[in-house]
Ligand binder design. Sequence first.
Ligand code: SF4
Ligand code: SF4
Ligand code: SF4
Length: 346
Amino acid sequence: MTTITQSKRQLVWVFDLNKCIGCQTCSVACKMLWPQEDAGTEHMWWMTVNTQPGRGTPRDWETMGGGYNGDGIKLGHIPTDEEFGGGWDYNYDEVLRGGKGRKVHLQKTAGSKTWGMNWDEDEGGGEFPNAYFFYLPRMCNHCTDAACVEACPSGAMFKRESDGLVLRDEDACTGNKQCASACPYKKIYFNEARGVSQHCIGCFPRLEQGVAPACVRQCPGRAAFVGFLDDESSAVHRLVKKHRIALPLHPEFNTTPNVFYVPPLAPAPLREDGSWDENASRIPPETLEGLFGVEVHGALDILRSELDKKRRGKESEVMDELILYQWKDCLGHLTRDPSEIVWKQS
Ligand code: SF4
Ligand code: SF4
Ligand code: SF4
C-alpha cells in the first residue's frame, strides 16, 4: 500500500484491557520522562488513557479522518488546542495571597479548558444496573503503513530499520502538520515554541540500553507488554500470533498498527430478578467490533473459554500469560533495570 521503507523487525506493545485499572501511571511516567520541561510541550501527553465509551483525547478523535482509503492516503482534521484540552487553572493567588480572607473561594479562572486528557472519566455507557466502562491506553501505534510518514513532505518522518519505531528528524521537520492531518489516531502534537511536530518516541534511548519503555515498565496493573513480534519467546508474540487474543485498534484505518489490545470481557449483565446472565455481554458486541473489528468476537470466545478452564481448575496457558505471575515476563528482551545505568543529560 505504501512506499515506506520497512523495518527488519517490529517492536510491538500489548495492553490487556481486562487488567488496565485506568491509574494513568503510564501517562505520567511518559510525561515525566519526555514532554515535561521543554517549552511548547506542556499540552503533550504522548500516552493517554481514556474511559470507554467516551469521546477520547483529542475530543472525538475517531471521527477526524486520516489513514488510507482505496485511493491511497486520506488527509484529515488537525486537532486544535481546544480539542486536545488541558487542565483547569484556579484563582490561587486571589484566595491564598490576596488578603481577602474567606470572602473568596477557589474557582476555575476564565479561559480554562473545556476538555482534557480524561475528561469523561468513568462515565461509561449502559444503564444501571448494567452500566459498564473500561479503559483504553493509547500511544502512537508505530504503524507498519504509517500514514504520517507517507504524508510528510519533508522526509522528516521515517520508520527505523532496526525496530520499526516511527521517528522524526526534528531538524528536517518544517512544521507543516501534514503528519497530524494524516494520522488517524491523532497521536501527533505540535510544539508552537519550536515549530515542529512531536509524538511518542518509543522511549528509544531506553530501548538502546535494553530497558523497556516507561509506559510498560511502570504499569502497576501488569496490563502492558512489549517485545519484538517475531520473537517467539516473547509474551507479545504469543498473545498476538499464537493465541490471537490481542488485536489492533481500528484496523479499518489501514495503517497496520503495532499496538494491540486484549479486549475487555466485563462482568455478565444482571437480569431483572438479580441473577447473572452468563450468556450475554454487558459491553455491546457492536461497541467492541467498532473498536477492534470483527475478529474481536473470536478473541472474546477464546478468552471466555480459557477463563472457564481456569475456573474449573484446569491448565490455561493463555490465562497464565495474562495473569503475568512474573512481572518481568511482560518486558520481552528489554529486562535491564534502568537504575543500573548512568543516563547522560543531553
Ligand atoms: Fe492501565 Fe497500566 Fe496505564 Fe495504569 S499504567 S492506566 S494499569 S496501562
Ligand atoms: Fe503515524 Fe499515527 Fe501510526 Fe503513530 S499512530 S505511526 S503517528 S499514523
Ligand atoms: Fe511515552 Fe515511551 Fe510509552 Fe512512547 S513508549 S508512550 S515515549 S513512555
